[in-house]
Design a protein around this ligand. Structure first.
Ligand SMILES: *Cc1c(COP(=O)(O)O)cnc(C)c1O
Length: 479
């Protein structure tokens, strides 16, 4: 070691020694103030992190006697930053300007205000989750969804539905619903399914894998593009336990394509006395034809046509909380209720509260209060007007804004062919590339999530609450 290094080490040691101890920092007046808002543990953690930063800076040779003195005076401010950082939420609201209504990465369906109020009301105190208030006896939690969902489903039904003959089970999501249904009804028996429906729904959810995990035995029929009702019939044997139909929700096939109608499958299942299970997926209640999307099957249609058991998501086109809904023949639902797996897949009171409120809104014709419903039906002219207002109010020398026609998507693996005519604000930045600009938008508060098309950043306002338009101008002006 050369003498010069020795001198450096001595200097460094002196700097280290000038640092206060944790207990000395705790005694600083400002730090004592922090104890009003934070626990002693949080405060000690923040002080340790601050002192560790200073030690690291000293070891890297970043400090002199005056500079360390200055930083020691600044310790309370640094501690305050750590305290705020440590208490910050990881899960934060963002502005979805992608135009994808059911965006899986952005939490799919936002809840209605009514659903939120009901969640708060039910969660902040005790509730009758499993208590029958009439009898004082234990009840089951699905009571809070069952009668209501059956009312929603039979409300516009032309078929005479005997609600007593049906039941409802709510679980964690639609994938869980499919797993639970297959395991309850068809474990160790054959399930006949078309090769054209052995799909991957997204996020790695593959129907054949779920089938295998459920303990059912896959019996594939038909080809990718063509399956006829006779194919199902020919595959029947004493080992068959179930006929399965999967909604090809996230892709569409065109050309030389054939698949039996749902009605044909219902007829076959009744004739051979085997239950038909449909993974309907989207939970769509009323037809999307009103917004120009044709051919997207509804939950009502499945229910009306007499499918024995249906699985659907709560947070796709139903517009409610994340959950899976199984609705079907009472005897099948009873088998599902007896399955020990249900205990592992059941949902909590928050989900029932949000689902119940969403269903009531569907029932009351107040469905425009459900964000997904509202976003689906905003006319593109209205979105164009909003884009113009935001563009006109935005003042920044560094960006060039324009209003352009675009197509919004339903998303969430539903209605793949459907695009809703919409309008977007296009943004070009004088310095930033499109992807850097997209990043800058994400770092705003709240973060704004846009998309890039042909090298330009687009903000589709269909999925942005109109109450945010004013803030959007200010935030864009800051770019
Ligand atoms: C989306 C979808 C699923 C998966 O639903 P999750 O609620 O995400 O588990 C399953 N089946 C179909 C047909 C779907 O559309």
């Amino acid at each position: 070691m050369t003498p010069r290094n020795l001198v450096d080490d001595e200097k460094r040691n002196a700097l280290y020694q000038s640092l206060p101890s944790v207990s000395e920092v705790l005694l600083m007046p400002m730090c004592r103030e922090f104890l009003k808002s934070y626990s002693r543990g949080q405060l000690v953690d923040a002080i340790r992190s601050t002192l560790a930063d200073l030690r690291f800076e000293i070891s890297s040779g970043d400090h002199t006697v005056p500079s360390i003195q200055n930083d020691i005076d600044q310790i309370p401010n640094a501690v305050a930053r750590y305290l705020t950082l440590g208490a910050a939420y990881s899960l934060r609201p963002v502005i979805n300007a992608t135009g994808v209504i059911l965006h899986t990465n952005l939490g799919r369906a936002p809840l209605s205000s009514g659903a939120l109020r009901h969640v708060v009301e039910v969660a902040q105190d005790y509730c009758n989750l499993e208590l029958d208030l009439d009898t004082g006896l234990r009840s089951h939690r699905d009571a809070h969804a069952e009668a209501l969902l059956l009312r929603v489903l039979s409300q516009e039904s032309s078929a005479v539905v005997e609600p007593d003959g049906y039941g409802v089970v709510v679980i964690n999501n639609c994938a869980a619903a499919t797993l639970l249904a297959l395991n309850s009804v068809a474990e160790k028996s054959e399930v006949i399914v078309s090769r054209g429906e052995l799909v991957e729904i997204g996020g790695g959810f593959r129907i054949p894998e779920i089938l295998e995990k459920s303990g059912a035995i896959l019996k594939e029929v038909g080809t990718t593009n063509r399956t006829r009702i006779a194919d199902y019939e020919n595959a029947l044997s004493a080992a068959t336990g179930l006929l399965l139909r999967v909604h090809q929700s996230n892709f569409s096939m065109e050309g030389f394509v054939e698949r039996p109608s749902l009605q044909e499958m219902v007829t076959l299942s009744k004739r051979v006395k085997l239950p038909l299970f449909e993974d309907q997926g989207t939970g769509l209640l009323s037809s999307l034809e009103r917004v120009g999307v044709r051919g997207e099957p509804t939950l009502m249609q499945s229910f009306e046509s007499g499918v024995d058991l249906i699985a659907a998501s709560g947070d796709k086109l139903l517009g409610g909380p994340q959950c899976g809904i199984l609705v079907g023949r009472r005897d099948l639902i009873e088998r599902i209720r007896k399955n020990p797996l249900l205990r592992a897949l059941r949902v909590d009171k928050l989900t029932y509260a949000a689902l119940e409120a969403t269903l009531l809104e569907h029932l009351s014709d107040a469905s425009a209060t459900i964000p997904v419903e509202r976003m689906l039906s905003i006319p593109s002219e209205e979105i164009m007007c909003r884009c113009r207002v935001v563009v006109n109010k935005t003042m920044s020398a560094r960006i060039v804004l324009d209003v352009v026609p675009v197509n919004s998507l339903v998303g969430g693996g539903t209605a793949p062919k459907a695009s809703l005519p919409s309008c977007a604000i296009s943004i070009r930045h004088s310095v930033l590339s499109a992807s850097d600009l997209l990043g800058a938008l994400r770092r705003l508060e709240p973060p704004i999530i846009g998309r890039i098309e042909e090298d330009v950043v687009l903000l589709d306002l269909r999925t942005v609450p109109s109450s945010f338009d004013g803030d959007l101008s200010s935030l864009l002006s800051s770019l």
